[in-house]
Design a protein. Structure first.
Length: 342
């Protein structure tokens, strides 16, 4: 997959050439479960070959950086453990502000949480006795018993740090409950929220990945508005939403924060990116061969022509133009309907 030239057609360019480092979320972006997202390996390999920096930033705390890097390599995606930032690592840095090194900490989640604690000189334990803190992360084997023991400790005054609050988790079979759902179960039991959260959109996670892989023009690629896109917005860097994971076209339309770029998958990084163009003072937008028009009388944005993705990009740009210029709010109770056609 070799590309030539930056500008190809009016309003279109090869997207990754505008950036010098790309930060990738993992679940739903580069893989789903054990399977690679189609084209992920070729895409990241092309970026590396073109001297674009890469790093991986995941809210999934179930595995260590070494395990994640090995998984990526097995899928044909070039990765080094030092390039992988997990929410467990950031959660443990937050824990340092509350608990002295050497303290015994109850682990909920996978080995990634336990290793991060050990590397930070804490004493990770699966036995709740004498634990002064709880670090809760995702793990496919997390049980009711572990959630109950964590709840008892927190009710007794233990510090509680969550690695992340993703409510769902994309797998090869579909969308499953994520760590945020499990944290919610503990929250319901103890009647309060965690003392700290390590994962995106928390800025601590972004500061860490930006230190590991610095760049003058970074891009964050993710599949969730509430974590990935929100993290990029908070950090002041451009974002790209992919539709290969959790988010759908409906989520794009309802979102109250905006991704700078929208693609079906990471393959969009190494393809021509058709940009929406505004015409006639926010009355309609074109994107490639698609056009989105706002019909005020019917409160409908209708997009026609081009590909479905081009129609979505045009409609999204029109939505934000209406919000910014005339105060229309399509994601409120009286929302504007979206018609993307077939």
């Amino acid at each position: 997959m070799t590309l030539t030239g930056t500008e190809n057609t009016a309003g279109a360019s090869v997207l990754f050439r505008e950036f010098d480092v790309v930060y990738f979320d993992l679940d739903g972006v580069l893989y789903r479960g054990k399977q690679s997202v189609p084209g992920a390996g070729e895409t990241v390999s092309e970026l590396v070959a073109q001297n674009c920096g890469v790093a991986y930033v995941t809210n999934n705390a179930s595995r260590t950086s070494d395990e994640v890097a090995a998984h990526l390599e097995a899928l044909g995606i070039p990765a080094k453990p030092a390039e992988v930032i997990t929410s467990a690592e950031v959660a443990v840095e937050i824990l340092r502000k509350h608990v002295q090194p050497g303290a015994k900490v109850f682990v909920v989640g996978g080995e990634g949480v336990a290793q991060a604690l050990s590397e930070a000189d804490f004493s990770p334990s699966r036995d709740p006795r004498d634990c002064v803190a709880v670090v809760q992360g995702f793990g496919p084997e997390v049980s009711w018993q572990e959630l109950a023991q964590a709840s008892y400790l927190i009710q007794g005054g233990a510090i509680w740090i969550a690695t992340n609050l993703d409510s769902t988790f994309p797998t090869g079979a579909g969308i499953a409950p994520g760590n945020g759902s499990l944290v919610g179960a503990v929250r319901n039991a103890v009647g309060r929220s965690p003392d700290g959260v390590g994962g995106k959109p928390d800025l601590a996670m972004m500061h860490k990945v930006m230190a590991v892989a610095p760049g003058r023009k970074p891009l964050l690629v993710g599949d969730r508005f509430d974590t990935d896109i929100a993290a990029g917005v908070a950090a002041g860097i451009p974002t790209m939403l992919v539709l290969s994971g959790v988010s759908t076209e409906s989520d794009v339309w309802r979102s109250q924060i905006r991704a700078d770029f929208i693609c079906e998958s990471v393959k969009g990084l190494v393809r021509e990116y058709a940009r929406p163009i505004e015409y006639l003072d926010h009355q309609y937008f074109d994107c490639g061969d698609a056009r989105a028009i706002y019909f005020e009388g019917n409160s409908v944005v209708r997009a026609e022509g081009g590909t479905r993705l081009e129609r979505l990009r045009a409609a999204d740009s029109l939505k934000w133009s209406l919000v910014n210029k005339v105060g229309v709010e399509p994601f409120t109770s009286g929302q504007i309907l979206l018609n993307l056609g077939d």
